[in-house]
Design a protein. Structure first.
Length: 168
């Protein structure tokens, strides 16, 4: 009987540790020679090339159009002033001045930093509008027409593909 209780406790602890690991922020960091906050040269890399320079979580979002679960990614609750960049290539995307609380669990913005920050592409099934980085084509999230004034748009981004640099 004691062995069953001990085994059960071990399984419970292992399960909790596994859940914690799933919710942990990605810690792997890779050298990325394409990452720049100032170079606007379009990038045309193969998925094999991206796999070598992105973390597994970044690759999943940027190249496989994945998403993190709500309220688990980085930046969803960031309230600092600064600029958000593409986590794949470093391209400037959004100002914190355009960030708002959408209640979705993902960072949301009412407009991009400028007209060359992102491009909009219809999802293959036609149901949503995808937001991609203008420089590297990384999947960033989706845009919806339920945002606040002045644009009425909600750029709902995957937090784990955004890098943030605070105003100094």
């Amino acid at each position: 009987m004691k062995k069953k209780i001990i085994l059960s406790l071990i399984l419970v602890v292992a399960g909790i540790a596994g859940i914690a690991a799933l919710n942990a922020q990605p810690t792997e960091k890779k050298a990325n020679p394409y990452y720049s906050h100032t170079d606007n040269t379009p990038l045309k890399l193969s998925n094999d090339q991206w796999k070598k320079v992105l973390t597994s979580d970044q690759y999943y979002i940027a190249r496989e159009m994945g998403t993190e679960r709500p309220y688990t990614g980085k930046n969803w609750d960031n309230h600092k002033k600064g600029t958000y960049y593409c986590g794949a290539c470093g391209h400037p995307l959004y100002s914190s001045d355009a960030k708002f609380e959408s209640g979705t669990g993902w960072p949301s913005f009412f407009q991009p930093l400028n007209k060359n920050s992102v491009k909009l592409v219809q999802d293959p099934d036609g149901s949503r509008t995808e937001v991609e980085c203008e420089r590297c084509g990384a999947h960033l999230g989706h845009v919806f027409d339920d945002g606040p004034k002045p644009t009425g748009q909600r750029y709902c981004m995957d937090g784990n593909i955004l890098d943030f640099e605070a105003v100094k």
